[in-house]
Design a binder for this molecule. Structure first.
Ligand code: C2E
Ligand code: MG
Ligand code: MG
Length: 713
C-alpha cells in the first residue's frame, strides 16, 4: 500500500472514529505485518495469538470487525466465528485468513459464520481496503436489517392482515402477524387456498377478483361478512411484480355497522322499529310490479288509531310512543303468517308486511293474494289484535283502529293512487264512526274531493275576508248583567251557506291555515273593541279562542300584545280561551306564553273543561283566571244526577283554586237555577243570547237593563 492510499482509508476511518479490529493469528509475523498495514490506514488493532484470547477480547472490547486465522492450535478460527455469531453482536463482520489450498476449511468457515476470506500469504497493503469494504457492506446490511425490522414492526402493528397469494390462489406467505386483526385471522394457514378458508359464495367472489387483478394488474377490492353477519371484512388484492398477489384484509365491521345503522335510520321508524314510509313505498312499488307479472292482487290496509292524537296531546309523547310501540307489537303478532294462512284455508304465499307511515298511521301491505277473502282475514286479525285494552303505568287505554283498504289493480295502478285511495277509505271509516273498516269505492273519491274543495275555499275565504266574528255575551248568574263576550268565527260560504267553526277549525289546523286564520281573529277582535271605545261597550271584555295548533306554530303572545297596542287597547279588555290539550302539548312553551300574557294583564280561561284530561291539580301550575264548564255537562244537568254532581264538583274545586266558573250552553231555566245554586259565577247560552254580529251586540247592550230571555235572536 502506498502512503497516499493508506492515507485515504485513514481519512475515512478517522471520520468513523477509527474502527477497532480484532486480529487473531498464531503466526507472530502475520500479526506484525497486518497490524502495521491496518494502523497505517487508521484502524485501531488489537492482536491476539490464539482463539481463547480472541473470544475474551471480542467480548470485552466490542471490536467493529474480526480478522481470524482459520487454523490455530486448540481453539481455532471456526470456534471464534461461531462464538461471534452466537454473541449479542452477531452481525460483526468476520474476515478469515486461510491457506492457499485449503478449500475445505473455507467451506467450514462460511458455515461457521465467516463474512469473507483472504488467502495467506497476502499482500498486506490490500488488507485495509478489503476491510473497509467489508465494514461498509456490514453497515449497509445493518441499516437494511434495522429498516426491515421497523417495517415489520409497523406491518405487525397494523390492524390489517396481509399475506401473499400465488396465481393459483394458494396462500404462500404471511406478510404480517397482526395482533388486532381479529376477523381475518381465520384466513391464515399456509398451504391452503381461497376455497379452503372462505365460505363458497365469498370464495367465488374472491376468485373472480383474483382473476381480474392477475389479468389487468389493477387493484381489486371486495367486502364480505361472516355468516353470523357480526363481522365484516374488506379485502384488497394488489398485483406484485412477481406475478403474486398481495392481499390485505381489513376489519370494517365498525364502518359496516355504522352504515347499517344509517340505513336503518333512513328506512325504519325509530319508535316502533317498523319500516318507514320510504321503505314501504319501495316495497309497495316492487310488490305491484310482481303482482302485475304474476296476475296477483296486492292490498294496502291503512290503519289509523282513533283518538290517538288525544292521548298524545294530553298525556305527552312518552306515553304516546310507548303505546305506539305496543300497538306495533300487537299488529306484528296479529299478522304473523302461520296464523292467517291457516285461517285463510288457502295454501298459498300471501305475505303481510307492516310499516308505520308516521303519527298514528300504520299500514299493512298484502302481497300475493289469491282472493279478496284473504284480505278480510287480515283485517279481522288486525282488529282483534287491538281489542284488549293497552295498559301503561297503571292506566288502561282502549285503542280502536279505522281501516281503509285499497286493492291493486282495481283501485289504483300506481303507488300514489293506491295509497291515496286507501287513505280516502280510511277517512270514510273514521267518518262512519271509527273502529270501522272501509274498502275503497269510486264514490268515495268524490267525497274526498269535497274535502279538498273545502280546503281551497277556506284558503280563498281567508284571502277574501269572507270570515266574520260573531259575539256571544256572557252573563253574571247573580246579577244577570253582561260580563263580557266571546268572539266566535263564522264563515259564510258563497254556495254552502254558513259553515260551523267546529267543521272548519279542525281543517284549518290540519292544513296550517290556522296560522293566518288565528292571526286574523286576534286582529279583528281588537279592531272591533277599538270601534266600541267611545260607546257604552267601552269596558266590555272580549274573549278569543286559541287553538293548540295555532299556539304550536306561532308566537301568540307577541301577536296578541301587538294587536292590543296597535289598537290602543288595555290588555285587561282581552281574555283568551284555551283548551287543556294546548297546555298538555308542550308544557314549558305553554307556561311561558301564558305567563307573558298574564303579566301583561290579559285574562286566561280554560275552555271546554271536562272533555280532556281534566285534572284541576294539574291546572294549578298555570296562571288561569276562569274555567268554562263544557256544554255537554250542562246539557242534561236537569235530568241526569251524574252530570249535576260533576258540575257541582267542578264548581266547588275551581273555587278552591280561586278560579271563576263559567257554564257554557245554558238553554233552560232549570239549568241556570241549578248552576246558580251550585255557585257558578257566569253563564253563556241561548237562554241569554246567541252569538251575534258586533252591531247587534252593540244595540243589545245599549238597553238600559239587560235581562235574560229578552235578547234571543
Ligand atoms: P267554544 O269555544 O266552546 O264555543 C262555544 C260554542 O257553543 C259556540 O259554537 C257557541 O255558538 C255554542 N253555544 C253557545 N251557547 C249555546 C247553547 O246554548 N246551545 C248550543 N247548542 N250551543 C251553544 P260555535 O260558534 O259553533 O263554535 C264551536 C267551536 O269552534 C268553539 O267552541 C271553539 O272551540 C271553536 N271556535 C270558534 N271560533 C273560534 C276561533 O276564532 N278560533 C278558534 N281557535 N276556535 C274557534
Ligand atoms: Mg270558547
Ligand atoms: Mg267551549
Amino acid at each position: 500500500m502506498t502512503d497516499r492510499s493508506a492515507a485515504r482509508v485513514a481519512a475515512v476511518n478517522k471520520a468513523k472514529s477509527e474502527p477497532l479490529v480484532l486480529l487473531a493469528d498464531d503466526d507472530p509475523t502475520v500479526r506484525l505485518l497486518a497490524t502495521r498495514a491496518l494502523s497505517a490506514a487508521g484502524f485501531r488493532v488489537h492482536a491476539v495469538g490464539d482463539g481463547a484470547l480472541a473470544i475474551t477480547a471480542f467480548d470485552q472490547l466490542q471490536p467493529d470487525c474480526v480478522i481470524v486465522d482459520v487454523q490455530m492450535p486448540e481453539i481455532d478460527g471456526l470456534a471464534v466465528c461461531r462464538h461471534v455469531r452466537q454473541s449479542d453482536r452477531p452481525n460483526v463482520p468476520i474476515l478469515v485468513l486461510t491457506g492457499q489450498e485449503d478449500v475445505e476449511s473455507l467451506h467450514r468457515a462460511y458455515d461457521a459464520g465467516a463474512t469473507d476470506f483472504v488467502n495467506k500469504p497476502m499482500r498486506w497493503p490490500v488488507l485495509p481496503y478489503r476491510l473497509q469494504y467489508l465494514l461498509r457492506s456490514a453497515a449497509l446490511t445493518d441499516e437494511l436489517r434495522i429498516s426491515r425490522h421497523r417495517t415489520q414492526t409497523l406491518l405487525d402493528g397494523m390492524p390489517d392482515q396481509m399475506f401473499v397469494l400465488d396465481s393459483r390462489g394458494m396462500l404462500i406467505e404471511e406478510v404480517n402477524r397482526s395482533e388486532t386483526g381479529g376477523s381475518a385471522t381465520f384466513l391464515l394457514g399456509s398451504g391452503r387456498c381461497i376455497e379452503d378458508i372462505l365460505p363458497p359464495d365469498v370464495a367465488r367472489v374472491a376468485r373472480e377478483n383474483l382473476h381480474v387483478v392477475l389479468a389487468t394488474g389493477q387493484p381489486q377490492t371486495f367486502e364480505f361478512q361472516t355468516e353470523s353477519g357480526r363481522r365484516s371484512s374488506e379485502v384488497r388484492f394488489l398485483a406484485q411484480p412477481s406475478g403474486k398477489v398481495l392481499t390485505i384484509v381489513r376489519d370494517v365491521s365498525q364502518r359496516y355497522h355504522a352504515e347499517e345503522r344509517i340505513r336503518h335510520l333512513a328506512y325504519f321508524d325509530g319508535v316502533t322499529g317498523l319500516p318507514n314510509r320510504q321503505l314501504f313505498v319501495r316495497e309497495l312499488r316492487r310488490a305491484m310490479r310482481q303482482g302485475k307479472r304474476q296476475g296477483r292482487l296486492v292490498a294496502v290496509l291503512y290503519v289509523d288509531l282513533d283518538r290517538f292524537k288525544r292521548i298524545n296531546d294530553t298525556l305527552g309523547h312518552s306515553v304516546g310512543d310507548a303505546l305506539l310501540k305496543s300497538v306495533a307489537n300487537r299488529l306484528a303478532e296479529g299478522v304473523r303468517p302461520t296464523d292467517y294462512v291457516a285461517k285463510a284455508g288457502d295454501a298459498d304465499n300471501m305475505a303481510v308486511q307492516l310499516a308505520r307511515l308516521g303519527g298514528d298511521e300504520f299500514v299493512a301491505l298484502l302481497t300475493d293474494i289469491g282472493s279478496h277473502d284473504q284480505i278480510g282475514v287480515v283485517v279481522d286479525r288486525i282488529r282483534t289484535s287491538l281489542t284488549a285494552p293497552f295498559s301503561y303505568e297503571g292506566r288502561q287505554f282502549v285503542i280502536t283502529p279505522s281501516i281503509g283498504v285499497a286493492v291493486y289493480p282495481a283501485d289504483g295502478n300506481d303507488v300514489e293512487t293506491l295509497l291515496m285511495h286507501a287513505d280516502t277509505a280510511m277517512y270514510q271509516a273514521k267518518d262512519a264512526g271509527r273502529n270501522t273498516v272501509r274498502f275503497y269505492e269510486k264514490a268515495m273519491n268524490a267525497r274526498a274531493l269535497d274535502r279538498l274543495d273545502l280546503e281551497d275555499a277556506l284558503r280563498i275565504a281567508i284571502e277574501k275576508q269572507e270570515l266574520r266574528l260573531f259575539y256571544q255575551p256572557k252573563f253574571s248568574l247573580e246579577t244577570e248583567m253582561v260580563t263580557g263576550a266571546e268572539a266566535l268565527l263564522r264563515w259564510q260560504h258563497p254556495e254552502r251557506g254558513w259553515i260551523s267553526p267546529a267543521q272548519f277549525i279542525p281543517l284549518a289546523e290540519e292544513t296550517g291555515l290556522i296560522v293566518p286564520l288565528g292571526a286574523w281573529v286576534i286582529e279583528e277582535a281588537c279592531r272591533t273593541l277599538r270601534s266600541w271605545q267611545n260607546g257604552p261597550l267601552a269596558d266590555l271584555k272580549v274573549a278569543i279562542n286559541l287553538s293548540a295548533e295555532q299556539v304550536a306554530r306561532t308566537n301568540v303572545a307577541e301577536l296578541v300584545l301587538q294587536s292590543l297596542w296597535r289598537n290602543g287597547l288595555r290588555p285587561q279588555q282581552l281574555e283568551l280561551e284555551i283548551t287543556e290539550s294546548l297546555l298538555m302539548r308542550d308544557i314549558d312553551t305553554a307556561k311561558a306564553m301564558l305567563c307573558t300574557l298574564k303579566d301583561a294583564g290579559v285574562s286566561l280561561a280554560i275552555d271546554d273543561f271536562g272533555t280532556g284530561y281534566s285534572s284541576l291539580s294539574y291546572l294549578r301550575q298555570f296562571p288561569l283566571d276562569s274555567l268554562k264548564i263544557d256544554r255537554s255537562f250542562v246539557l242534561n244537568l236537569h235530568n241526569d244526577p251524574d252530570d249535576a254532581a260533576i258540575c257541582a264538583a267542578i264548581i266547588a274545586m275551581a273555587k278552591k283554586l280561586g278560579l271563576k266558573t263559567v257554564a257554557e250552553g245554558i238553554e233552560l231555566e232549570q239549568q241556570r237555577q241549578f248552576l246558580r245554586a251550585a255557585g257558578c259565577d257566569e253563564g253563556q247560552g241561548y237562554l241569554f243570547a246567541r252569538p251575534m254580529a258586533a252591531n247587534d251586540l252593540q244595540e243589545l247592550l245599549q238597553m238600559p237593563r239587560l235581562r235574560r230571555g229578552t235578547h234571543d235572536e
